[in-house]
Design a protein around this ligand. Structure first.
Ligand code: RB5
Length: 149
């Protein structure tokens, strides 16, 4: 898969480690920044990766900030994005199986790199189960459409 990755200054070093890990799993990584530890604003990177997912420039996205909260909220403002912020693998897996999440977020101040890798692998390996869950994801889309009017 082609995976977009984005982060703020807090998460720069974890981003490098996660990008390398994702490559080691056989995926291509597109790095939308931030590219150093100088202070940066997480909405910029949340929006950039979200737009790349919606436009299909990448298949899905991974976002990291201090907590994963700000950057995932930013991504979720883009229509078509279902971003989860989580700090354990179980919710990451279920979020793909049931909610068809297209962005995974977590916090560099919350999880260590080995746990982050487990979360990433659980999410990437999981598949949307469709069926009764598809109807609910459609209902989420309907909420977006109502907001757009
Ligand atoms: C930056 O200090 C911090 O607020 C950011 O990384 C993130 O945790 C926001 O949700």
């Amino acid at each position: 898969m082609k995976i977009g990755i984005g982060n703020d200054h807090v998460a720069y070093s974890l981003k490098l480690e996660i990008a390398e890990y994702v490559r080691s799993l056989g995926h291509e990584v597109v790095d939308f920044g931030h590219h150093n530890e100088e202070r940066a604003d997480y909405p910029v990177y949340g929006e950039a990766v979200a737009n790349a997912v919606v436009s299909k420039e990448v298949d899905c996205g991974i976002l990291i900030c201090g907590t994963g909260v700000g950057i995932s909220i930013s991504a979720n403002k883009v229509n078509g994005i279902r971003a989860i912020v989580c700090s354990e693998p179980y919710s990451a897996m279920l979020s793909k199986q049931h909610n068809n999440t297209n962005i995974l977020a977590f916090g560099a101040r919350v999880v260590g790199s080995e746990l982050a890798k487990m979360i990433v692998k659980s999410w990437l390996d999981a598949e949307f189960e469709g069926d009764r869950h598809a109807k609910r994801v459609e209902m989420i889309k309907a909420i977006e459409e109502k907001q757009a009017k």
